[in-house]
Design a protein around this ligand. Sequence first.
Ligand code: APR
Ligand code: PHB
Length: 392
Amino acid sequence: MRVQVAIIGAGPSGLLLGQLLHRAGIDAIILERKSGEYVLGRIRAGVLEQGAVDLLDEAGVGKRLHAEGLVHGGIELCFDGERHRIDMAGLTGGKHVTVYGQTEVTRDLMDARAAAGATTVYEAEDVSIHGFDTDSPVVRYRKDGVTHEIACDFIAGCDGFHGVCRESLPANAVKHYERVYPFGWLGILADVPPVSHELIYVNHPRGFALCSMRSRTRSRYYVQVPLDEKIEEWPDERFWDELKRRVDTQAASTIVTGPSIEKSIAPLRSYVAEPMRFGRLLLAGDAAHIVPPTGAKGLNLAASDVRYLSRALIDHYRSGSMKEVDAYSGKCLRRVWKAVRFSWWMTSMLHRFPDTGEFGQKIQETELAYLVGSKAASTSLAENYVGLPFED
Ligand code: APR
Ligand code: PHB
């Protein structure tokens, strides 16, 4: 079999790339290790920058997002027992973010791909990539005991942090930058109305907390926990008690609690692989970088990589030139590093670190007080949160 582009991974990166290429008349196959239901079962991020919304519109999958997504023009920061609003729209000339779960984005993209009749091979085993340093790369995989081979022009490595693509590179071809944080986020999803109509990011001596949502009737809450914490030790009651101890008294008295429908612990990590292109292999999304969720940038960075990658491939097939493919890694990484910096900064300012003590807590509270009191500092947070501009 032969295709123009072989996409590895059917997460948001792979599916969005597939849809944009399909609309441009470029032939692509997607190979995914897991089943479709498994991919949809993963609960992840929920905040989309305008640039990501625009790209989903361009891919023709924006309808439900516009109908059901919640448009937010601000966030709240809670510290020293008080809440302060950052007016993101007012500080950025009217920019907003849209709260719409990654699961829903994935579902919309899967539906669009099925409607287009484009091929996704789910439960593809032992995917391997070959010859990406030549002009004729090959991808192999096994399905139902039969080995298949696909010849292609390009391989898009959209296979996440634990994927096969980055792993297939020679060790000396890639430089890794990494910071692992000494805590995780315990998150729950519950069918209860959110405590506030905007997100609340909380700095508290007991640790960070976040009040988020998926809809007007579904809430997503997180509390910072030590890395070795066991989920079994967190019955719902304990979670709600801990959350209430960290938020301000008004929020604590109005939070509506209820049974969790999902509960998980995620470690926090910053990671970047450079470069993002090796010959005819191009990495996108979590395959190339991870950010801690505090800046709400993971899904947005995946979308921005895919924006650059789809444009580069479309330009190549229209003009025959490799100019945009050559520029891909540099363009992505300049934007990636800015989001990595922002996510690291938000994480550093809002979490309790084991080694910084009461001095660290005071410095954080002072930074937050400066931030909410200074238009210059608030504008810096706001313009990063709504999403920095693209290079075109
Ligand atoms: N072969 C085929 N598919 C694979 C392989 C493999 N060897 N390894 C991983 N995959 C699949 C995974 O099963 C997953 O469905 O690749 C997909 C990668 O999807 P994601 O991990 O969601 O990564 P990405 O599409 O880049 O999306 C980034 O996800 O983790 C969040 O914060 C992140 O929101 C961001 C988004
Ligand atoms: C979420 O709703 O899951 C969420 C929102 C904002 C973040 C991280 C996660 O910064």
